[in-house]
Design a protein around this ligand. Sequence first.
Ligand code: MTE
Ligand code: HPA
Ligand code: MOS
Length: 750
Amino acid sequence: MKNIDSYTHLRGESIFVDDLMIRQDALIGLCFDAPKANGRIVQVDYSKAEAIEGVVRIFTYKDVLGENQIGGIIPDEPLWAEDEVHFWGQPIAFIVATSEAIAKKARVLIEIEIEEFPVITTAKEAKEKGSFINAPRSFNLGDTKSSFKDCDYVFEGETFSNGQEHLYLETQGCYVEPKENGDIKITSSTQGPTQVQKTAAKVLGIPMHKIEVDVTRLGGGFGGKEDQATPWAVMAAVAVQYLNRPVKYILNRHDDLRMTGKRHPYTSFFKIGLTKDLKIHAFEVEFLQNSGAAADLSPAIAERTLFHATNSYFIPNVQTTVYSCKTNLPPNTAFRGFGGPQGMFVIESAIAAAADNMGIDKSNIQECNLLVENNEFSYGQIATEVQAVKAWQTAKEKFNLEALQKETNNFNTVNFQTKKGISVMPIAFGISFTNTPMNHARALIHIYQDGSVGVSTGAVEMGQSVNTKMLQVAQDILGISADKLKLETTNTTRVANTSPTAASSTADLNGKAVEMACTNLIKRLQKIASNLLSKEPENISFSENFVWIDAKKTTLTWGEVIAQAMLERVSLSENAHYATPIINFDKTKEKGHPFAYHVYGTAITSVTLDCLHGTYEIDAVHIIHDFGKSMNLGIDIGQVEGALAQGIGWMTMEEIAYSSDGKLLSNALSTYKVPDIFSAAKKVTVLPLETEGNSMAIKKSKAVGEPPLMYGIGTYFAIQHAVKSFNKNHKLQFNAPFTPEKVLMSLYEK
Ligand code: MTE
Ligand code: HPA
Ligand code: MOS
């Protein structure tokens, strides 16, 4: 099935928040945010701003009737700053005016005096000063203390991976309308409608049932709208509560870049021990997560870093600890991979360091340590249906790794100013929210009396095509043509208490609920058809808009059965609830079975480096990916390609920079480089790994949203390989992104 949005997308007719028809009396909101990263607010003078004609009101924390608190996991983040500010860009007030131009004019007239405190921008500094979000966490397996003694080689090192800007095409935004009796309708570009509803209710001091949140679709989220779409919607809702007029707030790109958190930068310290046969025997890491000024999702992201600290390798002795370090950056947040990529970068760095010191190819160590059936992860889950070796071997054979390696080495012997590099990147990514209670979803299906069907779920469409997958599931079970089905908006009054669209689990969770709801409806319709045809219900099925008996099509149509159901007063609506079975996790022991399954794959990346300029081209990325039994290969390959580009951007060019006093310097696309078509890999091959699929996945089609981002990590090591081929003196560094500037320095390092 084609992406069901493709028609309206192509014609520019798809509706995003900013496209909504707004009420004639609607007002425009604009945030006034902290112009310093840390300090005490001595005073703010709004008088000049308020005096401008068209400024309706300026809201601050003093106007909050409920709680001035938006922290999701830890209540440590005010909606609007009270006495202090802790990051540059922290919301202080909300200007509501008759136009955006007026609001902007007012904003520059607000005068603020801040008594500045020292600013922390790095995780290292925060750790030294004991500035943390919460207590550190550790996952342990075996005993690293004693096992390093049994190693023939032990290496230690430090790594850094920088943050990453989500750069969703559609910036953050919302449109909020008053309804009768103080009820409020929020349309938000959010991955978490329930989070918006819950937080708005708390801040406004009203029950959740008075707030309806609706989401049509997002122009990209990538994790950046899992938690951080909430504040804007809540601010506008507070204004609506007072003014009883609609308020719209769409952030402009500069404001969005400055005020929102990003992928977490991590500084990490590793120690890796190997035996002569290249087995990794022991591995220790201390992760310092730069969490920013408030928790946001940092604790959950830190946890996922630990879950993926050994990537797709089995290591019998592991000790990993993560510190969520409180700094004066905007609270960093979910970003595709959710801490997993940061963890995987460290183990890959450790392997690279070991290989370099031992004078062997990195892939020799990787291949020796791949997970096999019944291996134990550091968190206690036993690996089953493991595809690590199969994915590696298939990639090795299909893409002729040995020949590629030989060619690369030959090329490097005869060429001086140009060098090639190659790397292999295996992945294993756990599917499920790591917080077990979040793994649930519901679907509400209405069959209308003309036989057309409306499907509501908790899934948010953000370009990943989850709606198309939901439609495929419903179509398949109901046996009707796609034109009879419609995916409704995501709305908290139809499907309540939803988990955010995240963790790559949306299609699985919501799809299973759709499957259950449709199956229940079909059972009812089978009985009706059975009466009409005088056959047993078991023999009746629905396909191509007709009723079938055994494998034979009858003349009885879907529409006729629906009409009969109406006459017999049989319910044509169904609400189903799905909660992932089996999964569990005991935080007191840090052990359990948190993931429904893992997604595997292997990427082979080759690059060509211009050693005069330090610039490089990615010649090819060849991928073998474990889709399970993909229900829509077109969509799924699209996800792999997009995630790969995003992973490559993170590893090679996207360089977030803050000044030492906490101001975002890379605050526009002129100073923050994202991959474009010229920096994309010249060739990308994505081949599905043939497997039986996994029954915990919807239609055995595995989750695909996040795992392939980590193929991008391979690019870092391919470039490193090329650098090392040019400059034998280069001491490996693990400092991502590996920008051309850094490459050039490495090439001529003495
Ligand atoms: N693809 C597009 N086009 N746009 C997005 O915002 N988000 C990614 C991924 N793919 C995203 C995307 C992230 S971070 C996640 S968690 C998954 O999609 C979420 O959707 P899923 O659970 O349906 O895979
Ligand atoms: N992944 C993504 N988002 C989340 C998770 C997770 O594991 N937990 C809470 N939000
Ligand atoms: Mo994705 S980072 O789980 O929204």
